[in-house]
Design a protein around this ligand. Structure first.
Ligand code: FAD
Length: 469
């Protein structure tokens, strides 16, 4: 049925709303523009209104009212997602979670929190309370919310030790509100968690999150320089495989990314410098140096956050990793783009070299060390010289033919940006929790077309059409 926007908005007039058209526009956007393909397709999308609930009761009321008036609801954390995840494909209501930001409980090994808190602030609170930190966080930790990370993210700083968000044990419990005539509150644990984690808010709104914690450290940040890329990759893998050396991050950056795109690091490196970025627990730094000597690692530590004479320090090295590498490159050269690749154990090293041999400077390597089922492997976020969407598709195809898995960041659906199949747990839960299909519509292909297949799924047209020029 046709949404009755005016009726819904009026019925929610007692809940905080953003009225300024510029604010409505900005709250309808995320980091979709990262992709030249999505920028072209999604730039026109805009919500009809923005509402900011303060409590679970207000979330329930918003969902009840919007259900009654057939108004789509797209939830927003901080809008740092980069697949257009938080963009209202069919207009309607954007529900911004920023006012639901209180931490409810911190205990040994776990924290219970509302979803709208910024990750950095949550981390500060668990540190201050009892010297604990989140196991992993996105490189957008300074701005992203924990709810957006659970609903839209995948892993990040910490994944070299703890694996990905989707791995067993990395989320403990989620409290979720459904979008029905009378919304229900459900608590999900164990094998129920994948119903809504990384489901883009398409089948329930997360109002409370319980996450595991690890001991917090003042991580020492190191930059290690290498002349040869394979030496750098081998070193990063080797450090992550050392059982006694505690790290939170190991990132490999191919030359000349450091010189070309890392402005504060550039004066200290050459065109040909390949970099490894490490976050090491302070008590593990000596162990790391001993490992480097014992293995005769052909690299040199050129920056140590605890001891350096750089006139301008680079700032947090974590903000050069994961998708921040891409962001820094985009700031210098807006014409570049990127991919998300998985180089699986045990072929990861060989696959990376195959890709390098195939593409050369067209696809510059940026690897993140990850653990998967206890094995060290690489997530790649290579920087790609963008020419045409067709060439980008071809580059993706060649990667897939070589045996790499691609999470396509130039698509906005769960299926295309993810594992290229529908998660039946998510689809079944949507049938139950969102019978009218109003939650973040257009993001789950299987909801609209259960018979879609991989061959036809690209370019799924599920949004408000672009106005005629
Ligand atoms: P949003 O972008 O606002 O939302 C993300 C998705 O979650 C949307 O679909 C939204 O509808 C849904 N959502 C938000 N809150 C709720 C809720 N309470 N209930 C239900 N659904 C909800 N991601 C990583 O995983 N790792 C990284 O290292 C990483 N690095 C990044 C670096 C850069 C420079 C950029 C631009 C992005 C990066 N991302 C990364 C993607 C993104 O920043 C993270 O996933 C982040 O955690 C999203 O949080 P957010 O609050 O901005 O969520």
């Amino acid at each position: 049925s046709t949404p009755n926007i005016a009726a819904a908005k009026a019925a929610l007039s007692h809940i905080e709303q953003d009225e300024n058209p510029a604010t409505i526009r900005s709250k309808s956007r995320d980091f979709f523009w990262y992709s030249p393909v999505l920028k072209e397709k999604m730039d026109h999308l805009e919500a009809d209104f923005v509402v900011n609930p303060k409590s679970e009761e207000e979330v329930i009321e918003i969902l009840r009212v919007c259900y009654a008036h057939d108004v789509p609801v797209t939830t927003r954390g901080a809008g740092t997602g980069n697949y257009g995840q938080a963009m209202p494909m069919r207009g309607g209501c954007v529900m911004h979670m920023k006012n639901m930001a209180s931490v409810k409980e911190i205990a040994p090994g776990r924290v219970v929190t509302e979803p709208g808190i910024v990750v950095k602030e949550l981390d500060a609170q668990t540190r201050a309370h009892s010297g604990q930190e989140l196991r992993m966080m996105p490189s957008t930790f300074a701005t992203a919310t924990i709810g957006g990370f659970v609903a839209g993210g995948s892993g990040g700083i910490g994944s070299c030790t703890w694996g990905a968000l989707r791995d067993f044990g990395n989320i403990i419990r989620l409290r979720v509100v459904t979008m029905e005539e009378e919304p229900r509150v459900v608590e999900l644990t164990g094998d129920e968690l994948p119903r809504v984690s990384h489901a883009f808010g398409t089948n329930g709104i997360i109002t409370e999150i319980e996450m595991p914690l690890a001991p917090a450290y003042d991580w020492t940040e190191l930059l290690v320089a290498f002349d040869d890329f394979p030496d750098a990759a081998k070193f990063a893998e080797g450090v992550a495989n050392q059982d006694g050396i505690l790290i939170k991050l190991a990132t490999v950056i191919e030359a000349p990314i450091g010189k070309s795109y890392f402005q504060r690091i550039a004066p200290h490196v050459e065109e040909g410098t390949n970099l490894v970025i490490l976050l090491v627990a302070p008590h593990s730094v000596e162990g790391l140096k001993t490992f480097m000597e014992a293995e005769e690692v052909p690299g040199a530590i050129i920056y140590d956050s605890t001891d350096n004479d750089w006139p301008r320090t680079p700032g947090a090295l974590a903000e050069y990793t994961w998708n921040h590498t891409t962001l820094r490159a985009l700031k210098v050269d807006p014409s570049i783009t990127y991919l998300q690749v998985r180089y699986r154990y045990p072929d990861h090293m060989e696959l990376v070299e195959k890709v390098r041999a195939e593409f050369g400077a067209e696809v510059l390597q940026h690897l993140e060390v990850m653990r998967e089922n206890g094995k060290v492997m690489f997530a790649g976020l290579p920087i790609v010289a963008f020419s045409t969407p067709e060439r980008l598709e071809e580059i993706i195809r060649i990667h897939e033919e070589m045996g790499c898995m691609i999470f396509n960041p130039h698509r906005y659906t769960l299926e295309e940006g993810g594992r290229q199949s529908t998660d039946a747990r998510q689809l079944n839960f949507k049938r139950e929790a969102d019978p009218k299909g109003l939650l973040n519509p257009g993001k789950m292909i299987a909801w609209d077309d259960p018979d879609f297949d991989y061959a036809t799924m690209y370019d799924y047209p599920a949004m408000t059409p672009k106005p005629e020029a």
